[in-house]
Design a protein around this ligand. Structure first.
Ligand SMILES: Nc1ncnc2c1ncn2[C@@H]1O[C@H](COP(=O)(O)OP(=O)(O)OP(=O)(O)O)[C@@H](O)[C@H]1O
Length: 291
């Protein structure tokens, strides 16, 4: 088999004990060479190596190395200011818009370095969509909000109805809005607006969806709906979520990473992080002793 051999011995705790992974150039699976009978496992969606980021003189990320597998929910937790959102935003280059922001290291999406010269950032943000803390529907109709992305990407008019319906269904909003698609998105409740923003992201067929504290402004019922949605969506998308809510991380995510002062302290399967953390700082944070 041909492909790039990457040493994985020093990566995060969620990595397999296998010494090498072979990333085939064309095939959509990974084999563990050290096993007698190699098994197929999902490849990584995002691979980050030694990522450092500065806002002017302030270093916000201090050498982060992390693999995010495909088709999982991955939570980032940690106290305020530890760099969770900054790290999330590096994955679709949202920090490009911040003056004096400097980045070193690598962020690979599906094996391609997204900081390489010549990368089309508009296309990147189509593939790596983002849902923000505060729902931000455009001041236009529900329909036009969802159709906005496909329209600017040149999708023909006759395909729009199907795309809008499909995205609203996937975002579990269709039944609530199907009779008022032409009314203003601003007339929706906060929870509905957040699901509309998810539909807007889905409408451009991303591969990865980044959620930056998507439920922090929502009541428990709306929060439950978004959490259910993340669990459903992971079969087709990779989901990365920043959350301050420990229960939410434990409920929705397959993997969790704990950050502190710009460093990745520990990452692995959520059950391990919550039930058997290896670092005392992780334990202290998840048991509420600080943060
Ligand atoms: N645009 C910016 N310009 C300058 N400094 C910034 C900027 N955005 C974030 N920072 C700084 O970078 C550090 C990390 O911030 P970040 O928002 O990533 O943390 P966080 O863990 O997401 O925090 P919170 O949970 O409060 O949202 C903080 O010290 C913050 O003040």
């Amino acid at each position: 088999m041909t492909g790039n051999i990457i040493e994985t011995g020093s990566e995060t705790p969620m990595d397999s004990p296998a010494k090498y992974r072979v990333y085939p150039s064309a095939e959509n699976f990974v084999k563990f060479e050290s096993q007698k009978n190699p098994v197929s496992v999902p490849p990584n969606s995002i691979t980050v190596s030694d990522l450092k980021l500065w806002y002017g003189p302030v270093q916000a990320l201090k050498g982060i190395t992390l693999n995010i597998p495909k088709n999982c929910v991955y939570s980032f937790i940690g106290p305020s200011g530890c760099g969770k959102s900054t790290f999330l935003r590096t994955m679709n280059r949202m920090n490009d818009m911040v003056p004096n922001c400097k980045i070193e290291g690598k962020v690979m999406v599906d094996g391609h370095d997204i900081y390489e010269k010549g990368v089309d950032v508009v296309d990147l943000r189509k593939r790596v969509g983002m849902v923000f803390q505060k729902a931000n529907p455009f001041p236009m109709s529900i329909y036009d909000n969802v159709a906005y992305g496909p329209r600017i990407h040149g999708v023909p008019k006759k395909e729009l109805d199907g795309i809008v319906e499909n995205a609203l269904r996937r975002a579990a909003l269709w039944d609530e809005v199907k009779d008022r698609l032409k009314t203003s998105a601003l007339s929706l409740s906060g929870g509905q607006q957040q699901r509309l923003c998810i539909a807007r992201t889905l409408a451009v067929s991303p591969e990865i969806i980044l959620f930056d504290e998507p439920c922090s402004a929502l009541d428990p019922i709306s929060t439950g709906k978004i959490e259910e949605l993340m669990t459903e969506l992971k079969s087709d998308y990779t989901i990365v979520v920043v959350t301050h809510n420990m229960q939410q991380a434990a409920r929705v995510s397959d993997y969790t990473a704990f950050f502190l002062s710009g460093e990745l302290i520990e990452a692995g399967e959520t059950i391990e992080i919550f039930e058997n953390p290896k670092d005392i700082r992780t334990e202290e944070y998840i048991t509420g002793r600080f943060g």
